[in-house]
Design a protein around this ligand. Structure first.
Ligand code: FMN
Length: 188
């Protein structure tokens, strides 16, 4: 069962830096299909409005669709998908539909044209907020406009790229909320 997830809490799932999938939607006459790529370089920028930064460069086939539509979905996969996610990040979407190839299910999003990835734990619909750093750093500032959490997968483990083709999978959750005395407003 999937339920509404508040965009302003997207940082809670993204702050630890899991490897994510980014979907975009091709809009040109001959390519009205979705694209999918893997991203390890992303960051939380701001709580309200919820802003994220992600590196997507012209070396990615998805780049043109993001540039044109100014919309995307960031999806958080869990460890059961780790091999597919790595393979998605090691091939181009030119001439292939990666949803088909990797047997993932595109779901219609609510606000953006790019599809959600059904198999992922969480999906964040994003609109491009600021492109000032794209020319210099390929850094896109994205605003989360809608979030979705598969509550049955909430405690499944995400995974993190160590930058060299090795990955760390999430371990135990340690609750230190009582020590977080300065940040009570973010614990509700
Ligand atoms: C673990 C992993 C992390 C990656 N992180 C990024 C990233 O942060 N930014 C980026 O532009 N490409 C990243 N890539 C590479 C893209 O996913 C890759 O270029 C992919 O082929 C792009 O798909 P596309 O050409 O269909 O758009 C990563 C790949 C892997 C396997």
């Amino acid at each position: 069962m999937v339920e509404d997830y508040p965009p302003e809490k997207a940082y809670r799932l993204l702050e630890p830096g899991p490897v994510v999938l980014l979907s975009t939607q091709g809009t040109s006459q001959d390519e009205q299909r979705p694209y999918l790529m893997t991203i390890g370089f992303h960051m939380v920028i701001q709580h309200d409005p919820p802003l994220l930064g992600a590196i997507i460069g012209p070396w990615d086939y998805s780049y043109a669709a993001l540039k044109k539509t100014k919309e995307c979905v960031l999806a958080i996969p869990t460890v059961d998908l780790i091999e597919k996610v790595v393979d998605i990040g090691n091939c181009s979407g030119e001439g292939i539909d990666k949803f088909d190839k990797f047997e993932l299910t595109p779901l219609k999003a609510s606000v953006v044209g790019a599809p959600l990835v059904k198999e992922c734990m969480a999906n964040f619909e994003c609109k491009v907020e600021d492109t000032k750093m794209v020319s210099k750093y390929n850094m896109w500032v994205l605003k989360v406009v809608r979030g979705w959490l598969d509550v049955e997968k909430r405690d499944w483990k995400a995974f993190h790229h160590r930058g060299d083709g090795t990955f760390v999978c999430d371990g135990d959750i340690v609750n230190l909320q009582e020590r977080m005395t300065k940040w009570k407003e973010y614990q509700g």
